[in-house]
Write a protein that binds this ligand. Structure first.
Ligand code: AMP
Ligand code: MN
Ligand code: MN
Ligand code: MN
Length: 279
């Protein structure tokens, strides 16, 4: 059975609209799918139901959070989309995103000596929340850099002028929104933060203390050693394991829906109660 619990639509920084994403999921025979847009559940009102052909949909979101001055992503799965506190949390994050966009715009303007990028970036985002990929696209459009990789490396990635995390809600706060809405909080792509073992351990301690119960053991294409490391963490800490492609764009052939390795046998899948099957 094919499962994908981490995907994006154009409600955040994905390329496909909701319907196109679902058609692609059906094409790829995904039986369990979560749409986990950054800090928004705007995709969900576009669905008539949580079933689309043979695909069952688990309501989800990928929250941006702040932990010890780092930006940490927490995926919420199986959340109640009508939960008032969750919805007001999402409102908070939307305002945080706008405030962050204004700060990023000011920094880039000064650093690169360019016109205020905010109007163009706002246009690129359309009705959706502004994300760093919109800034990246604008910088490419005006010829400041030649590739997405270069833009993130020089201007938007970790430690660069466009990397601002202070506006986000704290990780603890976000986890309580998720669990308060009946959802499962999943620590997204734990190895992407490039933490030392000690620091990762401290992040996991705090994550669990706040009510987090799952780790994303698989995030798209990754090294088998990384999968093993995360599976061992789940086993030793009694955490559930999640898996997803982090799909954004059909042009990225290496990160298609459902295209990733199976969970190691030692893992207890986060979806065990949603499918009636173990893997
Ligand atoms: P934001 O949610 O505004 O912080 O933007 C983060 C998003 O930027 C991630 O979810 C990715 O989709 C994208 N991103 C991060 N790093 C890179 C990179 N090096 N190249 C292309 N896209 C990236
Ligand atoms: Mn993204
Ligand atoms: Mn992420
Ligand atoms: Mn993601």
């Amino acid at each position: 059975m094919k499962i994908d619990l981490h995907t994006h639509t154009n409600c955040s920084d994905g390329k496909l609209g909701v319907r196109d994403l679902l058609d692609r999921a059906a094409d790829r025979h995904i039986s369990l799918l979560s749409i986990t847009d950054h800090d928004t559940v705007a995709a969900y009102p576009e669905l008539d139901s949580l079933e689309y052909g043979n695909t069952k949909i688990i309501p989800g979101i990928e929250f941006s959070t702040r932990w010890q001055s780092l930006g940490i992503h927490v995926v919420g799965l199986n959340i109640d989309l009508g939960n008032a506190e969750l919805l007001s949390g999402i409102e908070f994050q939307s305002a945080a995103r706008q405030e962050r966009a204004e700060k990023i715009a000011r920094r880039l303007q000064t650093r690169l000596n360019i016109d205020d990028p905010l109007p163009a970036v706002t246009g690129l985002a359309g009705n959706d929340n502004i994300g760093r990929p919109h800034f990246a696209q604008h910088l490419l459009n005006i010829g400041v850099a030649d590739s997405m990789e270069e833009v993130f490396k020089k201007y938007l990635g970790p430690g660069k002028p466009g990397d601002i995390r202070e506006t986000w809600a704290s990780m603890d706060q976000v986890i309580s929104w998720i669990t308060g809405a009946g959802g499962i909080a999943v620590l997204a792509h734990p190895l992407k933060y490039k933490l030392t073992r000690t620091r990762l351990s401290s992040l996991l301690d705090d994550f669990m203390q706040a009510g987090g119960t799952a780790v994303e053991v698989i995030n798209g294409q990754q090294k088998p050693q990384e999968t093993d490391q995360l599976a061992r963490i789940c086993a030793s800490r009694n955490l559930l394991a999640s898996a997803g492609s982090d799909f954004h764009d059909p042009d990225n052939r290496w990160s298609d829906l459902g295209q990733f390795a199976r969970l190691p046998a030692s893992c207890i899948p986060v979806w065990q109660h949603w499918t009636g099957q173990e893997s």
